[in-house]
Design a protein around this ligand. Structure first.
Ligand code: PLP
Length: 846
């Protein structure tokens, strides 16, 4: 890697860099490890308590603090000792041997490049909207903990995603505060000669320059690009203005910057990743640029280069509905990538379009970024077991005649970065039980350790956590009530809203209809009775943003706010505005039960419910996304029957009733059933089980280990093999595919003969291969899987050769199944290509 230098001082002249020791503070502030390791909080708080409370951003504090104050603290021996100690510790932790080095010492994997449109790392760096950014941020942090060599690439937005204000009528207003780069914990990425790294990317009419920034995330680095360079045309300066703003022409430019610009950035830094991981299809243009780069470096054709490089690309899909994929019209594609196809890739524009179309001959079909990602990858995965099934159904048209269970979408279920979502009480409890380094290894012993914590201690932990949440809610609500102009009678009640001993439910997520945020309002009278039961009361805290132009989502927020006001329920229900990472942290650390009510199967994974696990919160959720695989009766509560019912209002009504029933008959009684020591034993047993078994399983640590072992390491090996000798394998892959393609349709099957003896069946079949080399195919028996099991596939062996190209194959099957369950089929098999992902041909015996 080329050396880059952080000549911070050149840009931030105002900071008092000449004071002895300040460089240590800078180093601490610029590694956002502080956002999950809270050891340095105290220092920042000492420097500026108020600013710290509101921003949690050490970098802002360093920019703002006066010279006198800095000098005073840095000359205080206690402060200095703490600071130097922290820095030493940081260095130790960040250079200690990691899981990756220990487990895979001989690996050839040097770099995984991770591409994502958004990253949720910390509220001080608002370049995220929600779940997708959460997944990216948490995995990057875990990659750092585990020492997996990931560099991440993203965009720096002038304004990020919108911030939410809710007025007293319950109307959501969208606000776009400016991200002042000088106040974000990022630094310009400079070359050794001090020059700020700028990249040139061609867009029609005028090149555009992209500025590069660096964020340190523990051992990992995130590089961000933005287009607000003075040399750019005004229309180009705004490309990276907002996350998910503007129309398709805005989006395509952002995606060009991310995919093509992002890959060029890596090259400018001399980074040559073996694996590129696309977090959603937004980044799929990198497939083109990676192949382009390989082709130029090795003198291959574009198609050969793609056949080589795709082996090292991984595509993670996150959506459960076709509308979730980005599509671009042919004219938009022509405008922005027509010349790129011809002049850079050396291919016809229609060949480029074919990569994003289900039907390459359909001139009207738009360009689907997920299709490009699939055609440019060596592996594809969904984000939960259920979501991979759903995704297989979404991609069937790319794999005609293939059975749905064989559509090539694997799964890696999401997880969350536990050290970043645990409360300080949870941190203490887990440290005592499982040690300081508990999230850096394989998590194997956690269950046993958590099982040993006494009931009373767990319950005390829960009570303290709820207590802290109630204080937070009161403060936040008071501020919010004043700003939104609620009457002073209500503002005055803020100090008494909620109760630290009352069962506390939480619901926070995007307000979109499929998440059914108003399910609890189905029967308002019944819900009010549950909340205000004098002996066993319940309280609910809500938060969430509706997409800025989505009136139905905004109406759902209004419905809640008006419900609270009409029934004067502020003591039991509150809607907190501006759902962001800091708000999530407070909610997931304090609630007893986290609710989730999506319409199955539209929640691909969901991650917010995983954040309560480490904090002893329990989940009550629809059997969708991650909960469909996590749920057992001992760990929480399930809504729904595990089937799909679309958006049928009758089913919504039935689930609302079921939700009230679960609350009334199970959740509330169990919470209030106390033993002599005032401990709810069953509740605590459930907490313990959920903490002990689900926390390790739904930790991003497990997710990143799975990505590493199932995809990064094998992907790197496959890519290296194909890239060897200037990508010679690329040509062999194309030649074999071409040869098969020409001869494939003339493959003929003869009559299958079966000799059976009880449950032993001898299958024989003659096939005419039309001069296809039998080494390049597999002849097999196929039977659908029974009871949700994977299909049965039995390889048939070559037996003898008849006249005129007759090849005879045979197989013996021992099975109780009838022989008519088995069909003969022929698949491609050459050069280690992934079938059907890389070659979707198939022939069935009729
Ligand atoms: C965790 C989180 C999300 C994602 O949660 P879901 O379960 O997918 O709804 C979204 N936004 C914020 C601010 C979060 O912290």
């Amino acid at each position: 890697m080329k050396k880059t230098k952080n000549t911070t001082h050149q840009l931030y002249g105002s900071m008092h860099t000449d004071i002895e020791g300040v460089e240590n503070l800078i180093e601490l502030a610029l590694n956002i490890r502080w956002s999950w390791n809270h050891a340095s909080d105290e220092l920042w708080q000492q420097l500026d308590p108020e600013l710290w409370e509101f921003t949690r951003n050490p970098w802002v504090i360093l920019q703002t603090v006066s010279r006198d104050r800095l000098e005073q603290h840095l000359s205080d021996p206690d402060f200095r000792e703490k600071l130097d100690g922290l820095l030493r510790l940081n260095k130790e932790v960040l250079s200690a041997p990691s899981w990756f080095q220990q487990k895979h010492p001989k690996t050839k994997l040097r770099t995984v490049a991770y591409f994502s449109m958004e990253y949720m790392l910390n509220e001080a760096l608002p370049i995220y909207a929600g779940g997708l950014g959460n997944v990216a941020g948490d995995q990057l942090k875990s990659a750092s903990d585990l020492g997996v060599p990931v560099v991440a690439v993203g965009l720096l937005y002038d304004k990020g995603y919108f911030r939410q204000e809710i007025d007293k009528y319950g109307t959501q207003n969208a606000l776009f505060p400016y991200n002042d780069p000088g106040q974000l914990p990022i630094t310009p990425l400079r070359l050794p000669n001090g020059e700020w790294l700028r990249l040139k990317v061609s867009l029609p009419g005028h090149p555009i320059w992209l500025r590069a920034w660096q964020v340190k995330v523990g051992r990992s680095k995130l590089y961000l690009l933005d287009s607000n360079d003075a040399a750019n045309l005004p229309v180009h300066r705004g490309i990276t203005d907002e996350l998910y703003g503007g129309g398709p022409d805005h989006r395509i430019k952002q995606e060009i910057v991310l995919g093509i610009g992002g890959y060029k950035l890596l090259k400018a830094l001399d980074i040559d990743p073996e694996v590129c991981h696309m977090n959603e299809g937004h980044a799929a243009f990198l497939v083109l640029e990676r192949a382009n780069d390989f082709m130029k470096a090795n003198g291959t054709s574009f198609e050969e280069a793609l056949a080589v490089t795709r082996a090292g690309n991984l595509f993670t899909t996150h959506t459960a509905v076709p509308a979730g994929f980005d599509h671009f019209s042919p004219s938009l594609m022509e405008q922005f990538l027509g010349r790129y196809a011809k002049e850079e890739l050396g291919i016809d524009f229609n060949d480029l379009m074919a990569l994003g179309r289900a039907d390459s001959n359909n001139q009207w079909e738009s360009f689907n970024m997920a299709y490009l990602a699939i055609r440019g990858s060596g592996a594809v995965n969904g984000v939960s077991r259920l979501h991979s099934e759903v995704s297989r159904n979404l991609f069937t048209n790319l794999f005609p005649r293939w059975p749905i269970p064989e559509i090539p979408v694997d799964h890696v279920t999401n997880g969350v970065h536990m050290p970043c979502w645990d409360s300080k009480y949870a941190d203490e409890l887990w440290t005592e039980s499982c040690g300081k380094d508990r999230w850096r290894g394989e998590l194997a012993d956690h269950e046993a350790h958590i099982s040993k914590i006494p009931d009373a201690k767990l319950w005390q932990f829960r009570n303290r956590s709820r207590n802290r949440l109630v204080s937070f809610i009161r403060e936040k609500f008071e501020r919010q009530a004043i700003v939104s102009g609620l009457p002073s009678e209500i503002v005055e009640t803020a100090k008494r809203v909620f109760d630290p001993n009352t069962l506390t439910l939480g619901f926070a997520r995007r307000f979109v209809p499929y998440k059914r945020p108003d399910l609890l309002l189905h029967d308002p009278e019944r819900f009010i009775r549950i909340l205000t039961n004098p002996e066993h009361p319940v309280q609910l805290v809500l938060a969430g943003k509706a997409p800025p132009f989505d009136e139905s989502g905004k109406a759902l927020i209004r419905k809640w706010v008006q419900f609270i006001q009409q029934h004067n329920l502020h003591r039991h229900v509150l809607f907190l505005s501006d759902y962001d990472m800091m708000l999530t942290e407070n909610l997931v650390q304090g609630v007893d039960v986290w609710l989730n009510t999506p319409r199955r199967p539209w929640e691909a994974s969901g991650t917010s419910g995983m954040k309560v696990l480490v904090n002893g919160g329990l989940n009550l959720s629809e059997l969708d996304g991650w909960w469909a695989e996590a749920y057992t009766p001992e760990v929480g509560w399930a809504l729904g029957d595990g089937q799909e019912h679309g958006d049928d209002p009758a089913w919504d009504a039935a689930e609302a009733e079921a939700l009230y029933d679960i609350l009334e008959q199970q959740v509330v009684p169990e919470f209030y059933a106390r033993n002599k020591k005032d401990v709810p034993e069953q509740w605590v047993a459930r907490m313990r089980k959920s903490m002990a078994t689900l926390t390790p399983q739904f930790s991003a640590n497990r997710t990143v280990r799975e990505y590493t072992e199932q995809f990064y390491l094998p992907g790197a090996a496959r890519y290296k093999k194909r890239a060897a000798r200037k990508g010679a394998a690329g040509k062999r892959v194309l030649d074999a595919a071409h040869d098969l393609g020409q001869k494939w349709d003339a493959i003929k099957f003869g009559k299958v003969q079966i000799e059976s003896e009880r449950q032993k069946h001898h299958f024989k079949v003659p096939v005419w291969l039309n001069e296809i080399n039998p080494k390049n195919i597999i002849v097999e028996l196929f039977a659908e899987g029974l009871n949700g099991k994977p299909p049965e596939r039995i390889n048939m062996k070559f037996d003898w050769m008849g006249e005129q190209g007759e090849h005879n194959f045979y197989a013996q099957v021992n099975t109780p199944r009838p022989t008519n369950h088995y069909t003969v089929r022929i698949l491609p098999d050459y050069e280690g290509v992934a079938v059907p992902l890389e070659d979707n041909m198939i022939q069935w015996q009729h």
